[in-house]
Ligand binder design. Structure first.
Ligand code: GLN
Length: 544
């Protein structure tokens, strides 16, 4: 078993009663408040499912796969963590049961356990605790907030809770606290909020040897004093540690401000014996205010494959929100299924919007619809932002309709197409055989001077996060570039096209990476800022 060196403090966040309570957002918002108190905070997520990581899960199952600098494919809550706090996280910040068992079994096969019977306690629980120490050692924060996925009562969550219990015992009461996020439902027929589910969920935790220190109650109606008293008494927490978290009316970014009203940050610091300053949230308040009552308004279409799912393009919607707030511009996002455009044409869906964004994706469903959308944006001079697949789409479209390369396609969609303008590169084919084929994580891009990309980034070299297999075929690069699809960003050795753009267009830019993962509330990503600004300049809508 490892131990951490520095005097880091630990907060564990669990969930009760039902899933989808916004535990991740609550954890992230507490992180924001503690950071504004001057502490270095990092967040970590434990996911009890058996997949090694969410990389192979369908967005329908799991929402967006969030990619970190080091290439780790992680839960989308890590996106909230990075957006709500300053830290850049690593693969150590997301742990699944799959990873835990993989590590334990690897050690068992290697003989590391010296003949012992390998068991959940201590071997699995040690591995879980080690991961918290890994983050403490690697990132040296003042506080680690660890969220445990799932709901109290799930069988697969038990080893994690047991590990937390042991961890708290080992580190001492003044170093570890537990926050339980729960639901206080409103029963219409009775006209009342009900605390029983919360009581039962907390009783279940107590039976596992864990006493929550703070209870965050998700509720549709304010908690009155009587409710707070009842939860306090039955759940064995002080009344001031019963925290109300109402549904946010306008934006998830209101949550830190709401939690601040309940002084949750202060209570946590007192419990952890941390002397900190009062947080000055003026910047954050201004940011939220611009989201709630913007002075301008635009409409942007996102043409994708998982548009009915709120979570599939999470970071993209957030990055657009950041850019909108920066420009004091409200955004109406129209989610369009690429297959609808495929069937009925782009005009029917895109003629009323101010800009088109095509997100990343895998597989050939809806591809021709996306190509039509890109063509419509190019031809009608509608601002276009293509992300990853959205760049490959723009390239195929340009090859077909401007360069005259009939039947141009990506190897991913039609390996026999006459012009594979997007393909696997030779050295990737070898990697493919070995199983790991994606270009993941941070890669450097050099920008060509006198391009829009350069103007937006104001820098000759950038780093961005990637998650893809296919690349623009180097054999076609010169032809595309000569025909006006400028390759404005490339890998330092010049082989990989990373950014393409059209000069003779108000804003047409597409990138092989995922800029949405690097946008923060008060530091919107330059590409999203540029895109929303272009939309605003060309198609501002009346406010009402
Ligand atoms: N499917 C494409 C590729 O693998 C694009 C991936 C993506 O958009 N993330 O290259």
């Amino acid at each position: 078993m490892k131990t951490s060196t520095k005097s880091t403090k630990y907060i564990f966040v669990t969930g009760g009663v039902v899933s989808s309570l916004g535990k991740g957002l609550a954890a992230a918002s507490l992180g924001t408040l503690l950071e504004y108190r001057g502490l270095k905070v990092v967040l970590q997520k434990f996911d009890p499912y058996l997949n090694v990581d969410p990389g192979t899960m369908s967005p329908f199952q799991h929402g967006e796969v969030y990619v970190l600098d080091d290439g780790a494919e992680t839960d989308l809550d890590l996106g909230h963590y990075e957006r709500f706090t300053g830290g850049n996280l690593t693969k150590h910040n997301n742990l699944t049961s799959g990873q835990v068992y993989e590590m334990v079994l690897e050690k068992e096969r290697r003989g590391d356990y010296l003949g012992a019977t390998v068991q959940v306690i201590p071997h699995v629980t040690d591995e879980i605790k080690n991961r918290i120490h890994d983050v403490a050692d690697e990132q040296k924060p003042d506080i680690i907030i660890t969220e445990i996925g799932g709901t109290i009562g799930d069988i697969e969550g038990l080893p994690f809770l047991e590990a937390m219990r042991q961890f708290a015992l080992e580190m001492g009461k003044e170093n570890v606290i537990f926050i339980h996020v729960t639901l206080v439902p409103f029963i219409k027929a009775a006209g009342e909020l009900k605390t029983k589910p919360t009581q039962q969920s907390v009783a279940r935790m107590q039976s596992l040897g864990i006493q929550p220190d703070i209870i965050i109650c998700r509720t549709e109606h304010p908690l009155d004093t009587e409710m707070r008293r009842k939860i306090s008494m039955f759940c064995n927490v002080p009344q001031n540690a019963v925290i109300q978290a109402m549904d946010m009316e306008h934006s998830i970014y209101e949550l830190p401000l709401e939690l601040r009203k309940e002084r949750v940050d202060r209570i946590a610091c007192d419990l952890l014996r941390l002397e900190t300053k009062r947080p000055d949230l003026t910047d954050w308040e201004k940011f939220v205010q611009r989201i709630i009552s913007p002075s301008h308004k635009v409409k942007i279409a996102v043409v994708g494959k998982y548009i009915e799912l709120q979570d599939a393009y999470k970071s993209i919607y957030e990055a657009l929100t950041h850019a909108g707030a920066f420009l004091d511009c409200g955004l109406t996002i129209v989610r369009i299924d690429a297959e609808d455009i495929e069937k009925h044409g782009a005009e029917a869906y895109l003629s009323g919007v101010g800009g088109v964004l095509i997100p990343g994706g895998f597989g050939d469903r809806g591809i021709e619809g996306k190509i039509k959308a890109a063509r419509f944006a190019r031809e009608t001079k509608l601002p276009y932002l293509g992300l990853c697949l959205g760049m490959q789409i723009a390239t195929i479209e340009y090859a077909r309709h401007v360069c005259g390369l009939e039947g141009a396609n990506s190897q991913e969609f039609d390996a026999n197409a006459p012009h594979l303008v997007v393909c696997l590169l030779e050295d990737q084919k070898d990697v493919e055989k070995k199983g790991g084929s994606m270009r993941l994580g941070t890669w450097v891009t050099d920008l060509r001077p006198d391009t829009r990309a350069y103007e937006l980034y104001q820098s000759a070299t950038i780093t961005e996060r990637h998650r893809h297999r296919y690349e623009v075929n180097p054999d076609y690069k010169a032809r595309l570039d000569d025909a006006g699809l400028t390759i404005s960003g490339a890998s330092p050795d010049g082989t990989l096209a990373e950014i393409v753009e059209i000069e003779d267009h108000p804003f047409f830019i597409a990138v092989q990476f995922h800029p949405e993962f690097l946008s923060k509330p008060n530091q919107p990503h330059p590409l999203f800022r540029g895109f929303v600004r272009a939309v605003l300049e060309s198609s501002e809508l009346p406010l009402n």
